[in-house]
Design a binder for this molecule. Sequence first.
Ligand code: AMP
Length: 436
Amino acid sequence: MINIAEFNNSSQETEINFKSLNIIEPILKAVEEEGYTTPTPIQKQAIPIVLKGKDVLGCAQTGTGKTAAFAIPILQLLSKDKSFTKKRKIRSLIVTPTRELAIQIEESFKAYGRHTGLKYTVIFGGVGQHPQITALRSGIDILVATPGRLLDLMSQGHISLRDIELFVLDEADRMLDMGFIHDIKKILAALPKQRQSLFFSATMPPEIIKLSNTILNNPSMVSVTPVSSTVDIIKQYIYFVDKGNKNALLVNVLKDTNIKTALVFTRTKHGADKVAKVLLQNNIKAEAIHGNKAQSVRQRALSNFKAQTTRVLVATDIAARGIDVDDLEYVINFEISNIAETYVHRIGRTGRAGAKGTALSFCDAEEKSYLRDIEKLTSKKIDIIDNHPFPLKDHNPVKTATSQGRRCSNPSRFNPSGKSSPKKRFGNSKTAWQAK
Ligand code: AMP
């Protein structure tokens, strides 16, 4: 049975700080050094439960502070037992779907655990395994891993999971989307039965609940802002534009110097390369990241972007998963995903932990129905920017077997001029964020 953690009393919530969550001094100090003053809602809920030794079923996406929600109590629980002063054994395993997420999670452990004396490492595929094996041999307490490389190094005898006390499965829904179910089952089979498990997923469809039942023992459920409402703090705008004019529109939009950096999403790897190329041709410093790029190239592009030496990072959805850039204010959907949840994940790269965020989406005639799905999911009408140099002309694309089914049932609502649309809330010559 699942216990629902109750944290509904907002006045009580405001009084909760890291100290009142009984966090030990070395971690409190590190959290302070990170500049965190108040725990986020998921941290308020999850930390006390994990510290009590209970299993957690967490419904939260990246951007909510969920990494610290599991990393802080894991560090605290492992710090209690000083056995790490002897030969270290891997006592906590965090499995996450992508390399970028894995790296970020390990960075979080490093940040929050810097005064605990615990040791960590991260392993992922796409790079040579020797440095990872050397790190493992030196003895670590906490391992962050992507599934493939973990199983690989287990099969070679470099990793044993028999001493795992705390297991985290992160982004479980993405794991299933990315086809990791068999890998997860193999990893589960190698874990000790006696352990504490934490399970995080942005969405909780039935197959995720089913999977969680095979992992968790009498868990408490913690949940923050369902996927559809996390977008509330992000300003969202739509540009209706013909497909062939999207590059020109992007260059035009990026003339705005208020946009210091922007993460641009394309549907395909090829598309990401093409957009980056066009931006470079227009003297806009841009790099593309996607699955075909070597890990080192992706990491370098990400570091350049974080350091703002690259202004625009163009990414596909999988490559962008887990990109966590503080102060990223602009996300641009160059192409709109046909999966509404993907839109929410994309724009969730901005507006992190309560910061400002703006999402601009370029919608061509074919993508109007995707937009409708997004507005349905988020229960929010996205403001239209109609006064731009490349208004949509191709209102009625040629009907094909596929496009027919996607056509908008109420085209007037999407009238780019906005004149007849009661939904239109924006329409001057300035861009939306200038007008706020
Ligand atoms: P996550 O959901 O774990 O990806 O975290 C999203 C972002 O929130 C990261 O940049 C964290 O550094 C930041 N963060 C996590 N916890 C807090 C907090 N309590 N206060 C402020 N920022 C936080």
